[in-house]
Design a protein around this ligand. Sequence first.
Ligand code: FES
Length: 106
Amino acid sequence: PRVVFVRPDGTKQEADASDGASVMQAATANLVPGIVAECGGELSCATCHVFVDEQWLGALPARSEDEEEMLEATSEEPTDASRLCCQITLDASLDGIVVHIPKTQK
Ligand code: FES
């Protein structure tokens, strides 16, 4: 599935990943700036914070309690659209998902 990353300046970068990969893995494999993913997907760093595009929010399962907790540690104030993108697993239903990179993470 494809993931569209939108940088704080509005530039878009598209990344391709396999089914079962996370949005974070799509970002790091394609060197998308701003997704540091320090903990490698262990839900303990909050440096993979993204804002999911409104259109795609409904397509995602709810955040887990652990994710909610870690979202309190992001560098940019989280909103209802906030996710830690190592927790978003890609499949065909998410092909083309659009996520925005927080400006504090460029
Ligand atoms: Fe560390 Fe997602 S990569 S919380």
